[in-house]
Design a binder for this molecule. Structure first.
Ligand SMILES: Nc1ncnc2c1ncn2[C@@H]1O[C@H](COP(=O)(O)OP(=O)(O)OP(=O)(O)O)[C@@H](O)[C@H]1O
Length: 318
């Protein structure tokens, strides 16, 4: 668990962090969102002591980070930034192994770890291990940045606009890869983004910052359905609010599972309509409906062992 307690940071006369308190549970993905200059990056950098606070504390797993030697802290906290910062003359393997080298791991253990991590971020070790950074695309380099941050198996991953510079297709791919990595490793992740859609897609909790303060935090659904004030409402809402609400709702919540629905399921699947998983989001369901020109989809709820049907009318019901 990461606990930020009444953090304050001044640069000159300006208080850029003004009493930030926030608790990020183990295994959560917390997105810090807000407009430019609201203090997102500064908050992130206070967590791993890239900068020191003027007031307040950061505790990770109950330990005040101010009491932990910096080398130990860097090992326990992975850090990924937008501009990647790979060493250009080093191979990809050497870049990924930056921290294990510092820790003097034996060569065989380093080699094994590098291959495991390249696999994890979706880069074939045999193809990429011995290349230099300039022989990779921006998206591939960013994957290497994530692998490097995970090298010493940190409990916490801090990410500062990691996908900001990428084209939408590459960004989608990397967001999915990150969600998968988080699912498999259970890391606690704090990610800075100014993109509320990225936050909704990746995060289990969102903290909205404005002028160095957390003005609201909660699940993506809470933030969308119960914005604390007009600022949050304008920030998360606008013309795309309806589409964002679809992202935080699941098929299972809106599908019917009674006897009639089970019969409709059988009819639809008999005519070769592919069922959708009850855990899928409603925007995925609507996308499928639009693409296949239908207003109903058969639904499989694997967890509860039942079949049902999702009608478009149930999706748009308030
Ligand atoms: N080293 C520094 N010296 C002086 N002022 C700084 C320093 N770092 C940040 N600031 C100021 O602190 C405020 C918060 O900056 P921060 O980078 O945390 O914002 P942000 O929300 O991450 O913004 P962005 O989305 O533009 O990256 C800004 O007004 C910035 O100019």
């Amino acid at each position: 668990m990461i606990v930020l307690d009444r953090l304050v940071k001044r640069f000159g006369d300006t208080k850029v962090i003004d009493g930030v308190s926030l608790t990020v549970p183990d295994g959560a993905v917390c997105a810090l969102v807000g407009v430019s200059g609201s203090g997102k990056s500064t908050t992130l950098r206070l967590i791993n002591r890239m900068i020191e606070p003027d007031g307040g504390t950061v505790r990770i797993g109950g330990v005040d980070v101010a009491t932990v030697p910096l080398v130990t802290l860097r090992r326990r906290i992975g850090y990924v930034i937008q501009s990647i910062g790979l060493f250009p003359h080093w191979t990809i393997a050497r870049n990924v192994a930056t921290v294990p080298h510092l820790l003097n791991w034996p060569k065989a253990r380093i080699d094994e770890r590098v291959d495991e991590l390249l696999d994890l971020v979706g880069l074939d070790p045999a193809l990429y291990r011995d290349r230099r950074p300039h022989e990779l695309s921006g998206g591939q380099q960013q994957r290497v940045g994530v692998a490097r941050a995970l090298a010493a198996d940190p409990d916490v991953l801090l990410m500062d606009e990691p996908f900001g510079a990428l084209d939408p297709v590459t960004r989608d791919g990397l967001q999915a890869a990150l969600a998968d990595i988080q699912h498999r490793t259970g890391k606690t992740i704090v990610i800075v983004t100014h993109d509320i859609d990225e936050a909704i897609r990746l995060a289990s909790m969102i903290a909205i910052l404005d002028k160095g303060r957390v003005i609201q935090h909660g699940s993506p659904r809470d933030i969308l359905t119960r914005p604390a004030n007009a600022f949050v409402s304008a920030f998360v809402g606008g013309p795309r609010l309806g589409l964002r609400l679809l992202q935080v709702g699941t098929v299972g919540e809106r599908a019917a599972f009674d006897a009639a629905a089970a019969e409709a399921f059988a009819r639809e699947t008999a005519s070769a309509v592919e069922p959708i998983d009850a855990a899928a989001s409603l925007d995925q369901a609507v996308a499928r409906m639009v693409a296949s020109g239908t207003t109903r989809l058969p639904v499989v709820d694997g967890a509860a062992g039942r079949h049902g049907i999702l009608e478009f009318a149930a999706v748009v019901r308030p």
